[in-house]
Ligand binder design. Structure first.
Ligand code: FUC
Length: 801
């Protein structure tokens, strides 16, 4: 858009806004609006979420009282300022024991290795900290006991706005909520279709009470510190209103008889993502700047900027699925219930999920912010479940699976910056635990550069955290082909992670293995030194189990890291000698093994148990997200993956849901089934996930709490069913489920920057357009796994630059 065009569209937007007085009823689109006919009663299952990457708010839509659960990503306890003894969570001494531990493992003395690891290969979590909510913001509407008609509460994914509207006493009230990324502000806007009808009282309850409250003529400022680490925070609230009066008392704001009112809310802390101090600007200054600019801009302009910014990401991809029309008229909770009862014809509900997934990523992860937490940028707890940590043995990574294919590359930057910031502390961890160069990280992460192992080896002795993160550095390049980024940012970090493994691979038989490590949260029960098929279906740890048996997850992850480093060095045409070293090590990695059930073994000993449905499937990393195993280059291993999945799946084996639920775990299984070209099983797992763990707000849970990973991954999973590009060619509709006989998608990305539009009917491709970037050749195209003829009339090629 030219500047002139931008000005005209802003003018039109403002005129329309003024004309409608904010009173246009919301359009309830079947694939872009989540909507409900009553207020939410709880956070996990019903509340709706808005966010701008920095902060988020969950709202309930109450009639007498609106409540926002406010969260800001840097509200973390712990860290370097929480104690003079802060030590990056390092327990020293590991490097002196590592040889002995490795020797025990090679001698198959796993129990002894476990107990040494429990002493020396664990982290100190005393100052790890946790993610806290900021607090609740309450808006009380006085004297409104009158009945309410036409109540709707919803989320418009096309513009990234929450809304609540209803009629009471013949007055139509409307509330509109959003969190703007460009203006860094939460804006809450209240209107009525009659004058002087906006009355409310605003109050707050803060998790970390403020030390000081300042009043202005139309707002309040709260200044305080975060528990334990003393980092300053500042919250500024300001009211912009038309008509009526405003009273500011000590901690509350009263708005009376206004025609309309806007609450502007901003919060920040002193945190900055810089090792080792993690301290930056005074939040009183940053918030003052934000509130001044927003006030000068005014509500309608803030809204316009917000929607334009959001749509520049959201509108890149569009999915349409044809399905049952009657369902499209139902509220979201009714549609979810139908699906949970087994009705799978409501295909536009799946489109709504695809859109929600992208909405959540855009709302929870933006350049300059921290990565998404397990609850995104939302939180209702003082201590978020699992500390709200950046869980790096699947959860964090899974949240970003959608970014490449659905072109939310900018949203991945928050994750990438965080990875880059792990390198310095990760070097210390490499030195202290392993006595080597390079950088390493394990299964958990926080905002303070934590890279040490966990405090329990079961889940914490997971040294391939960094290798898995590096896959994202590489994938970001694969989808964008940004050479500058590869050279300056990604490659140096990937290379140093590879250096760590060059020094740490352990010779075993004729090969190299990774030790010590634990196959993601999973152990083996031994009797007389031999694995037994234990009777519990989903056994977690028992004291009979051993954990440090060398696992294939690590071998596959190191293979993946080495392969990507080699590819990157080739593209950049650098580091010839280093590349050769890596290639030699890669070729010596312990070969995959097929076990007695025909499965891909989880460990180098054949200990897989067909009755064990553990939620983690890290040994299948090589098939997804990795690419060590595929139909194209290792067809002989594909069936072993399939067998392992069947053994670890519900369905054929007694309809069991993976142990302790695990919405993310179902999502991972879906991705692998998509790579196995079985879209029907993939979507069946999705439907099952919603049945077992889904909520009416379209989120899903892990152990009873909302966890965003599976929902954020959904767009990427659906994309993987419609387009694959990991094997040097583009496969259109590789895993199309019969549930989606007709549809179209535009704007999907394939690796190397190709842009793809696809249409299909009766389950068959009818049309596809392939956009070719100027630096790329015409790609090889397959349709549902079959190569096409050169003159296939369904496919057209265009140049995109
Ligand atoms: C992993 C999983 C758990 C949970 C946690 C946040 O450790 O095994 O199920 O999702 O991450």
């Amino acid at each position: 858009m030219t500047t002139r065009m931008k000005k005209i569209s802003l003018l039109l937007f403002l005129l329309t806004g003024a004309f409608l007085l904010g009173q246009a009823k919301e359009t309830l689109s079947p694939d872009q609006t989540l909507w409900f006919t009553s207020p939410a009663e709880n956070w996990s299952q019903q509340a709706l979420h808005i966010g701008n990457g920095y902060m988020g708010a969950s709202f309930y839509g109450g009639i007498k009282r609106e409540c926002f659960d406010i969260a800001e990503k840097t509200f973390w306890t712990g860290g370097p300022h929480s104690s003079p003894d802060y030590n990056n969570a390092i327990v020293t001494g590991g490097k002196d024991k590592i040889k002995e531990i490795r020797k025990l493992i090679i001698e198959k003395k796993y129990a002894e290795a476990d107990s040494l690891c429990r002493k020396h290969m664990v982290g100190d979590y005393s100052h790890y900290g946790y993610f806290s909510m900021v607090g609740n913001l309450y808006i009380d509407f006085p004297d409104n006991n009158q009945p309410v008609k036409e109540y709707v509460r919803g989320l418009d994914l096309s513009t990234s706005r929450g809304f609540v509207e209803y009629t009471q006493n013949d007055i139509h009230f409307k509330r509109e909520y959003f969190c703007s990324y460009p203006d860094k502000i939460l804006a809450l806007h209240f209107t009525a279709d009659k004058n002087n009808k906006i009355n409310f009282n605003l109050s707050q309850s803060l998790i970390y009470p403020s030390d000081k409250i300042e009043k202005t003529k139309d707002g309040l400022t709260f200044i305080g510190t975060i528990k334990g680490n003393g980092l300053n925070y500042c919250i500024r609230i300001k009211i912009l209103q038309k008509g009526g009066i405003i009273n500011i008392s000590n901690q509350e704001i009263e708005v009376k008889e206004a025609n309309q009112a806007t609450i502007l809310y901003t919060v920040d802390t002193e945190y900055k993502q810089v090792y080792p101090s993690y301290k930056g600007e005074n939040p009183q200054n940053t918030t003052l700047d934000i509130i001044k600019k927003a006030t000068a801009k005014g509500y309608e302009k803030i809204k316009y900027t917000h929607i334009s910014d959001y749509q520049s990401l959201y509108n890149r991809v569009k999915l349409t699925l044809t399905g049952d029309k009657a369902s499209e008229l139902l509220s979201t909770d009714s549609r979810i219930r139908q699906l949970q009862e087994g009705f799978t014809d409501d295909s536009s509900l799946k489109t709504l999920w695809f859109n929600l997934s992208r909405y959540l990523i855009i709302s929870a992860s933006r350049p300059g912010t921290l990565p998404s937490t397990l609850q995104g940028v939302w939180n209702t707890f003082e201590k978020a479940p699992w500390n709200g940590n950046f869980q790096s043995n699947i959860n964090l990574q899974e949240m970003y699976w959608s970014c490449g294919p659905t072109r939310l590359n900018e949203c991945e930057e928050a994750y990438i910056d965080w990875i880059v910031n792990l390198v310095k502390p990760g070097r210390i961890t490499a030195q202290e635990y392993y006595g080597t160069q390079g950088w390493v990280s394990h299964s958990t992460g926080n905002i303070w550069g934590h890279t040490a192992p966990g405090d329990d080896i079961l889940w914490g002795l997971y040294p391939c955290g960094a290798a898995w993160h590096c896959r994202h550095l590489w994938e970001h390049f694969s989808f964008t082909y940004d050479m500058d980024y590869l050279k300056k940012e990604a490659y140096p970090v990937m290379k140093e992670a590879a250096i760590f493994w060059l020094e740490n691979l352990t010779p075993y038989e004729k090969y190299l293995i990774v030790t010590p490590s634990v196959s993601a949260e999973h152990g083996i029960e031994l009797k007389d030194g031999k694995p037994i098929e234990f009777s519990s279906v989903n056994g977690e740890e028992t004291d009979k189990k051993v954990f440090t048996v060398p696992a294939y997850q690590d071998i596959e992850m190191v293979y993946d890291l080495f392969s990507n480093v080699i590819d990157a060095a080739n593209i950049l045409n650098i580091d010839k000698e280093f590349k050769e070293k890596i290639s030699i090590a890669k070729d010596k990695l312990y070969p995959l093994k097929k076990g007695k059930y025909g499965q891909l073994q989880e460990w180098i000993i054949d200990a897989d148990n067909p009755r064990d449905h553990h939620r983690h499937i890290a040994h299948l990393y090589g098939m997804f997200p990795g690419n060590m195993i595929s139909y194209t280059h290792t067809p002989e291993w594909v069936n072993t993956v399939k067998k392992s999945l069947e053994m670890r799946n519900f369905g054929k084996l007694g309809n069991r849901w993976p142990h302790t639920g695990g919405n993310w775990s179902a999502a991972w299984r879906m991705a692998i089934w998509a790579r196995l070209h079985d879209g029907n099983t993939a979507i069946r797992i999705f439907n099952q996930l919603i049945k077992e763990s889904g909520y009416e707000n379209m989120m899903s849970n892990q152990s009873g709490n909302m966890q965003v990973d599976a929902t954020m991954a959904t767009a990427g999973l659906f994309a993987e069913m419609l387009l694959q590009s990991h094997d040097g060619f583009i496969d259109l509709l590789p895993a199309l489920p019969t549930e989606w006989p007709e549809g179209k998608i535009s704007g999907l990305a394939a690796r190397n920057g190709y842009l793809i539009d696809i249409e299909w009917t009766n389950g068959n491709l009818t049309k596809a357009q392939i956009g070719i970037p100027s630096n790329m050749d015409k790609p090889i195209i397959k349709v549902q796994g079959v190569s096409i003829q050169d003159d296939d009339a369904r496919i057209t090629f265009t140049n995109i630059d």
